[in-house]
Design a binder for this molecule. Structure first.
Ligand code: B12
Ligand code: SF4
Length: 584
């Protein structure tokens, strides 16, 4: 590949695809596919109890932080904001990041870039690059498959092997539950850490594994526990956090790195906590005490199906593992696949019931989906089982099958999927209640633990439980009577247990805050039933920036920190504002 003629003096725009997202439109937005992790694919049947939040586009943030060229990140733009940015600033390179479902938006953005910024080189990256023949669908100069930092560094003539500089990323924004938008104070939300991309387990349907090399391969940004510890320490002090969302497909698989991290945390007295993705076989490499001391407080685990043959699940008793994790105060998010090859209309209900029976704190259900780039896709294509008329915008596992299943129809796939979400909610109650249960168990077990780091962590968590969450329990207990009386009684019992543990503060908060939250919850329920949706705000962040009229800056001006929207301020602003206050 040739480098760009201007090398690292080229001015770069990196943009995510335009919104709004949670609506049906001609660019492939779908109301069923909002830009919200939980509400999209985890708690979507939980009404006003659904956990709602947005996550930034970390891929382009990471690329921006690791090049020395002047670079703007435009995240969640509207079409108008994207056009304005192209017209206002001259860009040598326009980079667009996207996943497969948003291909029509990318086509439109390439068209706009050609028209409004004809001299720009257009680079498209992210999972969209796995679409076969993408170059005939969109008008881009480069389509980048796999890891993007090294590609961009190479393209700019920089050292692709230079250490990865991790930006300080607040993991979620505009968190909302029961009609209340949680205040966004500094340190109140976990930081995102991305130690690697890809996963060596290579499950046949897995797009992230396939995209970064498939079975046996992945790209590690930080090889050692020491490197990770340094990154986390820096971000801890920049963002004032002690909680990290670790965006690594299988963090616990790398035991030596995790155990070294633990050693360093112990030496430095760090009471950090981690939300991680991990497969059952990886979790089983640790004792519960190791997990607890390491600060694992939330695990996203692929359960797939009790009868699937995935090696990551071999020999694992998922029911027992889930129970055990929760008893040790570790919240579990299970992920179950609907529509595996062995599923039939006769056994699917039973499989869903057993998945729901694991009683995880959160449960994601996804349709078995051959996605371009995966071994499963190749297999289905070879067997002629891919349905021809399915729009890529609907190929994401939360709508209907995109392939011919031997026993379940496309229409029924959606019915089973929707039923699974509903069933989990009705049988187990709101995820917020289940989380409270796990938190109390953790506190009761570890409040007197000899390691002060562990005690401090559970104390931090239980503070929320004894206050706002207890008021939330008071509301859930009332509202859930309409859905499932027996769950409502269990919520009542949990609230009593919390109040036994914290007699004054928990009772006072339930009595004072409870009625207000009941009102916000009901108001939210009304809003949702009248069609209210939520969209993320637009972000503009410039780094190494100079305006087009200035000469290229001296080297020492290059590395000033990017300005970013102040999260505290951000929570006060309206959703659709295009921010210009970030320019330097
Ligand atoms: C955070 C996240 C989200 C966030 C949104 C983030 C955002 N701002 O867009 C939320 C939760 C809202 C979300 C929603 C959805 N998501 Co999502 N999401 C993720 C997740 C967990 C992390 C992404 C990430 O930051 N990874 C880490 C970064 C570093 O990796 P990266 O983004 O791939 O970027 C690297 C390269 O791809 C490349 N690159 C990326 N952009 C660019 C741009 C250029 C110019 C270049 C050169 C390179 C480049 O360089 C980067 C560094 O190496 C991934 C899973 C995963 N582990 O990646 C799924 C994932 C991306 N999501 C996926 C899907 C399907 C969805 C949904 C459709 C929900 C669903 N049904 O599953 C919705 C779509 C929402 C919408 N309307 O667009 C799939 C994509 C599948 C595919 N092949 O397209 C993934 C891979 C999960 C999976 N395994 O199925 N998601
Ligand atoms: S273990 Fe999870 S992340 Fe790894 S390949 Fe399998 S599904 Fe993908």
């Amino acid at each position: 590949m040739d480098t760009h003629p201007k090398g690292n003096r080229a001015r770069i725009l990196l943009s995510s695809v335009f919104g709004p997202y949670a609506q049906d439109d001609e660019f492939g937005s779908r109301s069923i596919n909002p830009m919200e992790l939980y509400h999209n694919q985890v708690t979507r049947a939980q009404g006003s109890f659904s956990l709602r939040m947005f996550h930034r586009s970390w891929g382009i943030m990471l690329i921006q932080a690791n090049i020395s060229a002047p670079c703007t990140v435009l995240d969640f733009p509207t079409r108008e904001a994207f056009a304005r940015e192209l017209k206002t600033n001259h860009y040598d390179i326009v980079g667009i990041s996207s996943i497969i479902v948003n291909v029509r938006k990318v086509r439109e953005m390439c068209r706009m870039a050609r028209e409004l910024s004809p001299g720009s080189v257009i680079v498209v990256g992210g999972h969209i690059a796995a679409i076969p023949g993408l170059d005939t669908v969109i008008d881009a100069d480069h389509i980048v498959r796999g890891e993007g930092i090294s590609w961009m560094r190479r393209y700019l003539g920089e050292d692709e092997h230079a250490p990865i500089r991790h930006p300080a990323i607040v993991s979620g924004l505009r968190t909302r539950i029961m009609g209340v938008r949680l205040p966004q104070r500094k340190g109140g939300t976990a930081a995102t850490i991305i130690p690697s991309v890809g996963c060596p387990m290579g499950c046949n349907f897995c797009t992230t594994s396939a995209f970064f090399g498939g079975k046996g391969k992945f790209v590690n940004f930080y090889e050692t526990g020491d490197e990770l510890f340094d990154v986390m320490s820096r971000i801890e002090s920049e963002l004032k956090v002690n909680s990290f969302f670790v965006m690594d497909e299988n963090f616990l698989l790398h035991r030596a790195r995790a155990m070294r991290l633990l050693e360093l945390m112990k030496q430095a007295g760090k009471s950090w906590e981690f939300s991680v993705f991990a497969s059952a076989n990886a979790i089983r490499k640790y004792t519960m005490l190791e997990l607890v001391e390491l600060g694992i407080s939330w695990v996203w685990m692929g359960l797939e199906s009790p009868r699937s043959g995935y090696s990551k699940l071999k020999g694992a008793d998922i029911g027992q593992l889930t129970r055990e994790l929760r008893e040790h105060g570790i919240r579990v998010q299970g992920s179950t696949i609907i529509g595996l090859e062995h599923h039939t209309p006769d056994n699917i209900a039973e499989e869903i019931e057993s998945a729901v029976g694991y009683q995880t704190d959160f449960h994601q259900f996804m349709l078995y989906t051959p996605v371009p780039g995966t071994p499963l896709y190749q297999e289905m294509a070879a067997q002629g089982r891919l349905l021809k008329d399915v729009d890529l915008a609907d190929t994401h596992g939360q709508f209907k099958f995109n392939f011919l299943h031997s026993a379940i129809s496309r229409e029924d796939s959606k019915r089973f999927l929707d039923w699974a979400f509903r069933r989990d909610f009705e049988r187990n109650g709101p995820s917020l209640y289940r989380m409270c249960q796990t938190m109390l168990q953790g506190w009761q077990r570890y409040k007197d633990y000899p390691d002060p780091r562990v005690r401090e962590r559970f104390k931090r968590q239980v503070k929320k439980l004894s206050r706002a969450y207890n008021a939330a329990l008071w509301v859930m207990e009332r509202e859930f009577k309409k859905v499932n009386r027996s769950v409502s009684e269990q919520i009542h019992k949990l609230r009593r247990d919390v109040e036994k543990e914290f007699p004054v503060v928990a009772r006072l908060t339930a009595v004072s805050l409870g009625p207000i939250m009941l009102w916000t919850t009901r108001r939210e329920e009304n809003r949702l039933s009248s069609g209210r949706t939520y969209e993320p705000p637009t972000f503009v962040e410039r780094r190494n920036w100079i305006s087009a009229s200035e000469p290229f800056p001296a080297r020492d001006r290059l590395w000033h920190r990017p300005s970013r929207v102040d999260p505290a301020k951000e929570s006060l602003e309206s959703m659709s504002v295009f921010r210009t206050n970030t320019s330097m």
